[in-house]
Design a protein around this ligand. Sequence first.
Ligand code: AMP
Length: 487
Amino acid sequence: MFDSVQVVGAGRVGSALAARLAERGIRLDADEPDLVLLCVPDRAIAEVARSVAPGPWIAHVSGATPLAALDPHERRFGLHPLQTFTRSRGAEQLDGAFAAVTAETDEARAAGLALAGLLGLQPFPLADDRRVLYHAGAAVASNYLVTLRRAAGRLLDDAGAPPEALDPLMRRTIENGFELTGPIARGDWETVCSHETAIADAEPGLLGAYRELARATALLASRAEPRESMVVTSTVDATRQTLRRHGGTVGLVPTMGALHEGHLSLLRAARAECDTVVMSLFVNPAQFAQGDDLTRYPRDEARDLALAEEHGVDVVFAPPPEELYPPGHQTWIDVEELGSTFEGEHRPGHFRGVATVCCKLFGIVRPDRAYFGQKDAQQVEVLRRMLKDLFLDVELRVLPTVRDADGLALSSRNAYLSPEERRRALALPRALATRDPRRARELLSADGLEVDYVAVAPFDPPVLAAAVRVGGTRLIDNVVLDEEEPA
Ligand code: AMP
């Protein structure tokens, strides 16, 4: 169809295409070519097209530019080689590559296919009005891969490892057909949490991107097997009935909602380790004292349900208060000694409420495993004692504290902090990082935070725990004492 082609533009793409056409015996210097192929920068296409005298076919090789840029020509098409080109290579760069052909008539489509055949490209049709989406996909696969490689390289560099060691790994991942391996595929969320801690320390600017990618990868991993859609229950009976339909091991993640990455790390672990995942969503009035923040506690059930669904939760149990505390309720679980120290001393009755609601949830859901955060170390300690004392057969799984890039432990209550208070709140992780109660207290006081307590708590494992007030907000945090402080 084309014996002669005038290639306009001698950039990376134009040079490779011209070299291939010359190899195939196409004349490139004809006075009246059959086709004018515009290999100029995208923003120049329209102007160059207008300067071409009518007559021959005209085409551009841009992924993002609509055919209208070739006005006023009517015999026109687009051919976008889906490949990245470098000047140091020649026509062989086209081998094996695909090419998007965009055309408005059958004749133009045939012309596009003919050119793709000459160039040795594998053509596929692309609608002109879908090309922006197509081009976005190409940018993710090619350009953003460069960004990912740069980010990964920085982490290796920080670790004292050679960044170029990543390249064969990246190549093999592609050659292996993008098979998903690694901690997320294995469901090893403890490792993912430890990555986050290390990144927050060495490259805080990369933490957000890492989390988004981990989240997207978790979705990918959980979609590997089709699941029934999530069920939301509000009564004890409906929850029990729903769970009868589910078999295997049951994991329970108790939450008060306003979900953040800390909660999500528990959901991911439960999803990876259990056949059925139940999340409870209940702001438990019994664990709030008069004057606490029960009425203003952040709530966003719609968002929480969407996140639960996204993380592969099977059942969300979201009862109203009167379902768990109906009229006549009078049984309480009081873990007497443990429940009255540290937090318990400052929030009398708090752990009585926590232990009672967890005991109820364990009775309703009958989980094999229940998931809690190390962030609330004393809660874990109280529940462990309760399970032991009441001979309840539930395995406690405790996941590391998830922190923001600046070190502040994630908490639904962080939403109360003004930007200024949030800045001052950073004294809490900084003080705990000393792992020394005396120095920690000095640091907290120096930053003007009101300290409820800061002390070594003899839990399993032992922690340095603290509770402080920043403005009207009470924050708690702890660090495990037998762990190395991140460098
Ligand atoms: P809450 O909704 O505050 O009752 O928390 C529900 C669960 O999430 C508890 O087991 C908490 O310990 C856990 N959790 C809260 N914040 C974090 C965090 N920053 N990292 C890990 N787990 C957390």
